[in-house]
Design a binder for this molecule. Structure first.
Ligand code: DP6
Length: 329
């Protein structure tokens, strides 16, 4: 009998509408505030993991290439946690493929750690519930805990390892009417990672307390907007929340920003579309790319407006998927 143990899973990327920005506990990855995201159809990661008593070390192959940098070290540390959960000392070989349209470079740690957690769950027969899986994925990268679920997902900050995990928000099928347009301004990896950016901001920003003072209201306004399927209300709140997150970075000492002139150009186009009666609302993460939440019926108008300034290969639209994490046989 082979002692090898094997599992494979697919997870979709998510984009935060209400941002996670700052940790209460850096080693357990407990956030300072709740966050809400949508899970995207077009961007996902498939990961296959094989544990084998004969392996002498972990190994990561991403898109067919062996990875040996800091990212690999982070993953091996995460695998130590998985081994602890599974009560095993076996090393693993991990093969991961990111499905991202064109060479957009929008691969995210969210789908990566969600897929890896689910693959390990199968391989080691951990029998983790979605909640437990969300907690495990969180330990790899905070935003990954939301990628266990499709549609709208909320990460309850909790106060310790047990209580900090995501759950899905019932939107009564509203996801089907919505989409997200990506304006890819820069596909290189981030200069300041979200991990170090949020840590610096939490520790030094003069605006950080202001962020904390308003985020709970944003969370409840977004939930109300989802409940009432009120797109304009949803959009107003998420746009403000995203900009407020970026403002905290400007209040840091020293200050920094992820946004570049082209980001502002894209934001301006979104405003113009809104004035013309085609509402979309933007949000940005730890990089200059702009993501626009819209109703599908207005998607083409906004894309055409963007095409006057940006190249076709810079624009990608995705549906919101309601599919949760999937096990692949
Ligand atoms: C701006 O989940 O990448 O995208 O927990 O340190 O791995 P770590 O950070 P990460 O941060 C994501 C930050 C964000 C907002 C969000 O996704 O909520």
């Amino acid at each position: 009998m082979s002692l090898k143990q094997h599992g494979k899973a697919r997870a979709h990327t998510n984009i935060a509408l209400i941002k996670y920005w700052g940790k209460a506990d850096e080693s357990l990855i407990i956030p300072m505030n709740n966050s809400i995201s949508v899970t995207l159809d077009k961007f996902y990661t498939e990961t296959e993991v094989t544990f084998n008593p004969e392996y002498k070390q972990d190994r990561l192959v991403l898109n067919g290439q062996e990875v040996t940098d800091d990212e690999a070290t982070k993953i091996y540390r995460f695998m130590d946690l998985v081994r602890e959960r599974g009560n095993t000392s076996m090393y693993a070989h991990i093969e991961s493929v990111n499905f991202v349209p064109t060479a957009a470079g929008l691969a995210s740690s969210a789908s990566a750690y969600a897929a890896l957690s689910a693959a390990c769950n199968v391989a080691l027969n951990l029998n983790l519930s979605d909640t437990a899986l969300s907690r495990l994925a969180r330990r790899g990268s905070g935003s990954a805990c939301r990628s266990i679920f499709g549609g709208f997902s909320e990460w309850n900050k909790g106060y310790d390892d047990e209580t900090s995990y995501a759950h899905s928000i019932d939107a009564n099928g509203w996801e089907n009417d919505l989409s997200m347009i990506f304006v890819v301004i820069n596909n290189k990896s981030k200069k300041i990672s979200s991990r170090s950016g949020m840590s610096h901001t939490r520790q030094t920003s003069r605006f950080y307390q202001y962020w904390l003072d308003h985020v709970d209201d944003d969370i409840s306004d977004v939930k109300d907007a989802i409940h009432n399927k009120n797109f304009n209300k949803l959009g107003e709140v998420i746009e403000e929340n995203g900009l407020r997150m970026h403002a905290t970075n400007l209040g840091s000492q020293p200050p920094f920003t992820y946004l570049v002139p082209e980001s502002y150009q894209a934001m301006e186009i979104v405003h113009q579309c809104r004035e013309a009666g085609f509402p979309g609302y933007f949000t940005m993460d730890a990089g200059p790319n702009v993501k626009i939440l819209t109703e599908k019926k207005n998607q083409d108008y906004i894309i055409n407006a963007l095409l006057k300034t940006f190249r076709e290969d810079q624009i990608i639209a995705s549906d919101i998927t309601q599919t949760s994490i999937e096990i692949i046989k």
